[in-house]
Design a protein around this ligand. Structure first.
Ligand code: HEM
Length: 400
């Protein structure tokens, strides 16, 4: 059995996993379909690398997202307070099914479509603001503020209450080892923020997602208060965090492939397909949420014992040559459907239509506005966030 035992881990160098996860995962995939490695917390985890196995495992009901199915002491993730912990990405059916159904009633295609014009307006305003300067960090000035505005519009956060979500989410996703208290503080700030926001929406409901979720909770009592709070938190967190870095990674992929960029500029109608390929090529989530088998499971011929941590590598799956021809090549003309960047199965991204809409509009507005957009530093100088689960750029300097 091709295992990499904790302590040895010869195939994985954490710094390389951040700088170039695709090289690391390619080596792992070539060495075998499933590996037991030492996770970042020092505890063992199993990494699944092939597209077919990853896709099947994403849909396997024996792989639980509920931490109570982890072996005692076998998992050491960030402990959130109960009011944030009761979220969909920690849940299995039947609770998961019940909550997903309730959100679907509030998170309707109409609500997403209503965001189309505001997204374009916000994108144009952000670009107006940086246009005179001729150069900017695209993450700080565009990729980050755009999704903040969209998610606040969606949830119904009034403009004066829009906090620095970027500082909070960064503190959770890519914690600074020198400042361990920051993640805890960020959790406290988010909890206080949502407590206040939910109280405000109860007194003054509006036509927004949070008011709709509160109505579902209060009228029919089918959602606990913790579940409501956790849902708002997850939508902010998942909806914001991933979108920033899909836009950032996609912009970098385009700028570092001028021929592909030129072809897209020549035929902007291809933007929808291009976004699918960009999500496959360098998505913001190299790993799915960790899963715990409720019984021993066999994946790729390897038995994974019940309760151990399973990491499904979306990044490895997306570069599997058995599924995508010449997978390391960005090819905006390829049919990238079937990619797993938004997940698969019952936990398939709840915000997928919004994620696509937002990314398409963000890239279209950027290319429209700046016909001569280029990178402002050599590509080798770009630095990634120090996280193996959140792939994104710290800064993306561009000139236009
Ligand atoms: C570009 C952006 C996005 C990417 C790449 C992305 C990716 C994902 C992935 C991979 C999953 C499944 C995780 C797993 O099964 O392990 C997921 C789930 C989820 N996403 Fe997204 N997402 C994005 C944007 C959004 C947006 C905009 C929202 C909300 C407004 C959102 C809300 C959620 C929620 C609530 C779940 C959990 C669904 C469940 O457990 O049933 N995401 N996302």
């Amino acid at each position: 059995m091709p295992t990499t035992t904790p302590g040895e881990a010869p195939l994985i160098d954490p710094a390389e996993l951040i700088a170039d996860p695709y090289a690391v995962y390619a080596r792992l995939r070539q060495a075998g379909p499933v590996h037991r490695i030492a996770g970042t917390d020092g505890l063992p985890a199993w990494v699944v690398t092939r597209y077919g196995d990853v896709r099947q495992a994403l849909g396997d009901p024996r792989l639980s997202l509920d931490k109570r199915n982890a072996l005692p002491g076998g998992y050491r993730g960030l402990a959130l307070p109960p009011a944030l912990e009761a979220n969909l990405l920690n849940m299995d059916p039947p609770d998961h099914t019940r909550i997903r159904r309730l959100v679907a009633q509030a998170f309707t295609p109409r609500r997403i479509e209503q965001l189309r014009d505001p997204i374009r307006r916000t994108a144009d305003e952000l670009l107006d603001a940086i246009a005179p300067r001729g150069r900017a960090d695209l993450i700080a000035t565009y990729a980050a503020p755009l999704p903040i505005t969209v998610i606040c519009d969606l949830l119904g956060v009034p403009p004066q209450d829009r906090h620095d979500f970027r500082a909070w989410t960064d503190a959770l996703v890519a914690p600074d080892p020198a400042r361990p208290a920051r993640a805890k503080e960020a959790v406290g700030s988010m909890l206080a923020f949502f407590t206040q926001l939910i109280a405000d929406k109860r007194t003054r409901p509006a036509d927004d997602l949070l008011s709709a979720l509160i109505a579902v909770r209060d009228e029919e009592d089918r959602l606990s208060e913790d579940e409501l709070m956790s849902l708002a938190f997850l939508i902010l967190f998942a909806g914001y965090e991933n979108t920033v870095h899909l836009i950032g990674n996609a912009a970098l992929a385009l700028l570092s492939h001028p021929d592909q960029l030129a072809a897209l500029r020549a035929d902007p109608g291809r933007m929808g397909g291009a976004v699918e390929e960009l999500a496959r090529y360098d998505g913001p989530a190299p790993l799915a949420i960790r899963r715990f088998p409720t019984e021993d499971v066999v994946i790729g011929g390897v038995t994974i014992p019940a309760g151990e941590t399973v990491l499904l590598s979306l990044a490895a799956a997306h570069r599997d040559p058995d599924r995508f021809t010449d997978p390391d090549r960005l090819d905006l003309a390829r049919d990238a459907t079937g990619h797993l960047a938004l997940g698969h199965g019952i936990h398939y991204c709840l915000g997928a239509p919004l994620a696509r809409l937002e990314t398409e509009i963000a890239l279209a507005a950027l290319l429209d506005r700046f016909p001569r957009l280029v990178l402002d530093v050599p590509q080798e100088e770009l630095r990634r966030r120090p996280s193996i689960r959140a792939r994104g750029l710290l800064v993306l300097p561009v000139r236009y």
